[in-house]
Design a binder for this molecule. Structure first.
Ligand code: NAD
Length: 410
């Protein structure tokens, strides 16, 4: 199977062909501006020192400062960070934000560190690269494995080194430390807006929905969909999932997840629910499938077994190009990551503005602004679809690439 980075490059070069972007410009669009690699030493509780591998990839800043999350994950590697940094460039462009794209990571299982060690690692990450980031340069945010508390430590460390309180250097902070209201649900909410707009033009009555991943993104879209009256029939996390064809009470599922740290299928058993594996969740007879966990989940190997008619990509890179070809032949629409999960970075932009202006907006105001941005991006993609007769992903990439390449010519 090809790597996440190769898959991302395939999407970019196909879209560049459709947009008539020349080869030398395509080469510039693919290449990251800067790759920072460093080791972070952390003193462990037993007085030994462990070094963790860290990265920050600054992909493109033609539209503004680099913007993108930091992932703490045991499988993180440079290829993945480069792919994710590139996706950020296209996402911020598509969302019409004054940002470029970047991404960071540390190869670590954060669950295996004590709180003190995690704080030391987070502060160490900032010490390794603080001169390369900042409110006008590169503004990191959370991603898989990083939390508002971690971003608070990072903001504090950066401010200490910079010699002044600099809340606009990071987004995804806790609300108490200058974070934006609505940030926690923003990606899920943005995904909901994209789905809502899609369903306005699709012929689908009371669709059944399956969600893979029940973390920040998956949990919040599940809650929003449930509260809006949609039927979520399946959920999973890294430890397995649950399927109930008549629908799951998401408030109950969230309560169990918060109490036990997992979905706990046995809680639902005996109520017309069954325990399912992650693989099985992807293949369920549903209308809408929402991958909200990690990349490379829908591949050539399982694409023929997907039964949904729409895939809303809330994870980054969940479907490979080979899988997409197969799905397209069967008329399955994919609402791509750079469109569907853009709500997080849109909210990060609003957090950055609030931090710079020392303003605090109410959650309803933030969500209203995210809604408007997502609808504008969705309509822009429809325009590209009509103009070029291409699928949702290509239409999204073409729009994003054109905006960046125009800025690079100036
Ligand atoms: P998270 O760490 O909060 O949650 C990830 C969830 O996926 C967890 O429930 C975990 O148990 C589950 N998971 C892990 N491996 C799995 C597997 N093999 N099968 C099923 N579930 C599995 O992370 P998150 O912030 O929710 O991010 C999820 C995805 O969304 C990532 O691809 C991330 O890059 C993307 N994303 C996140 C944001 C954001 O604002 N957090 C924004 C844009 C995109």
């Amino acid at each position: 199977m090809s790597s996440f980075l190769e898959n991302t490059k395939k999407f970019i070069s196909e879209a560049a062909g459709i947009a008539h972007i020349e080869d030398d410009m395509l080469a510039r669009l693919e290449k990251p501006d800067q790759v920072l690699e460093f080791e972070i030493p952390v003193k462990k509780a037993d007085a030994t020192e462990e070094k963790f591998q860290g990265w920050r990839v600054q992909h493109n800043s033609a539209l503004g400062p680099y913007k993108g999350g930091i992932r703490f994950h045991p499988d993180s590697n440079l290829d993945e960070v480069q792919a994710l940094a590139s996706l950020m460039t296209w996402k911020t462009s598509l969302m019409d934000l004054p940002f470029g794209g970047g991404k960071g990571a540390v190869r670590v299982d954060p669950k295996k560190l004590s709180r003190v060690e995690l704080e030391a690692l987070s502060r160490g990450y900032v010490r390794a690269l603080w001169q390369e980031v900042g409110p006008e340069k590169d503004i990191p945010a959370p991603d898989v494995g990083t939390t508002p508390e971690i971003l608070d430590w990072m903001t504090d460390e950066y401010s200490r080194l910079a010699g002044k309180w600099s809340p606009a250097a990071f987004t995804g902070k806790s609300v108490e430390k200058g974070g934006s209201k609505g940030r926690e649900i923003a990606t899920g909410f943005g995904g909901f807006v994209v789905l809502r707009e899609y369903l306005l033009q699709a012929n689908m009555d009371r669709p059944k929905i399956a969600i893979q991943g029940f973390g920040n993104v998956g949990l919040h879209i599940a809650e929003i969909l449930y509260e809006k009256g949609y039927i979520v029939v399946a959920l999973s996390d890294s430890k397995g999932g649950v399927y109930g064809p008549d629908g799951i009470d998401i408030h109950e599922a969230v309560k169990v997840k918060r109490e036990q740290g997992r979905i706990a299928p046995e809680f639902f058993l005996g109520k017309n629910f069954q325990k399912i594996s992650n693989e099985a969740l992807l293949e369920l007879p549903v209308n809408i499938l929402i991958p909200a966990a990690l990349e490379n989940q829908i591949t050539e190997a399982n694409a023929d077994k997907i039964n949904a008619s729409v895939i809303l990509e809330l994870a980054n890179g969940p479907a490979t190009p080979d899988a997409e070809k197969k799905l397209e032949e069967r008329g399955i629409d994919i609402l791509p990551d750079i469109l569907a999960n853009g709500g997080g970075v849109v909210c990060s932009y609003f957090e950055w503005v609030q931090s710079l202006e020392e303003e605090y907006w109410e959650e309803s105001a933030v969500l209203e602004k995210i809604d408007a941005k997502m609808v504008a991006a969705f309509r822009g993609v429809i325009e590209m679809k009509k103009q070029h007769g291409v699928n949702w992903r290509m239409a999204s990439y073409v729009r994003a690439l054109l905006r960046v390449s125009e800025a690079m010519k100036k």
